[in-house]
Design a protein around this ligand. Sequence first.
Ligand SMILES: [Zn+2]
Length: 298
Amino acid sequence: MGRSEVRIDLERLKTLLAGVNAFGFNPETGGYNRLGFSDAHMASIDWFEGQMRQDGLITSRDGAANLFGRYGDGNGPSIMIGSHLDTVIEGGAFDGSLGACVALECVRTIKDAGLSLSSPIEVVATSEEEGRFGGMLGSQTISGQASEEWLEQAADANGIRLIDAMREQGLDAAEIMSSSRSPESVKAFLELHIEQGPVLEKEQLDIGVADRVSGICNLECVLTGVANHSGTTPMNMRADAFAGLAEVGVSIPRLIAQYGTEFSRITIGKVELTPNHTHTVPGGGRILQSSCGTPMKR
Ligand SMILES: [Zn+2]
C-alpha cells in the first residue's frame, strides 16, 4: 500500500471518541464533566490506557498522571502526539479528547498499513490541562515547569488543594517534580485540537495550523470612588467606581488600535463592585482578571 493511500478509519475514530466521552457525560445538559483528578477523569485515563495496550503500545504514567503509549522500536527520541482527556465543567465533546483519540487512531492506521517508523511515536493523554487548579499541570510536568511552591498552593475554585485531590486518587503530587522529560527525548510534539475561536468556522476552513501562541498576563485594576445613596446623591457629586470601570472597558478597542496588533486581545472577565448593592453608588470597583493576548507594540 502506498503512503498516499493510507487513510484513517473514521468510524473507528468515532467509536474511540465515544468511548472516552462515556465518562463524565451529563445527559441533562449534553455536557462532559471530567474535571482534573475527578473520578470520571481518572476512569477515562484507565480506559484509554486499555485501548492503547490492546493495540500493542507500551504504556506508562508520570507523577502528574500524564499517560504515554509508545509505539515503534528503540529508545530514541519520539514524536509525541496527543492532547488532554480532562474537561472544563460541562465541556464539549471534542475539546482534548479528539486530539488524544486522533493520535491513537493514527497509530492504529500506521500499524494496519504495516508502515515502518523512523522514530517511535508516543501517544500522550495529558493530565489536568484545563486548569481546575490554575495551571496546565500535564504540560508543566512534561516540560519541567511545575515548581514545588506552586504545587503547594494550587487549589481549585472550591478551595480543594491539588495535593489533596491527587491523594484522593492515590497519587503523590511530590512525584511531579521528578517527572519532567528531557528535551532530547522528544523530537516533536503534535496536537490536533478543535478550534477554540470562531474564525475557521466562519471562513469555512477545514483546518488551521497554529504558528504562534498567545502570551497571557493577568492584571488587577482597582478603582476607588465614594459609596453613597443612589437616590439622594446628585449626578454631578458622584465618584462612581462603576462608571470608571465601564470607561476602562470601552477604551479597550482604542487601546488595542493604538498599541496592539491584530493578535492582541484584552478581556475583562471578572469584576467586583463594593458594596454591590442596588441602591448604592459603588464606592469601589475591581477588575479581577484581564488577559492580554500578546504581542503588543512597545
Ligand atoms: Zn483543550
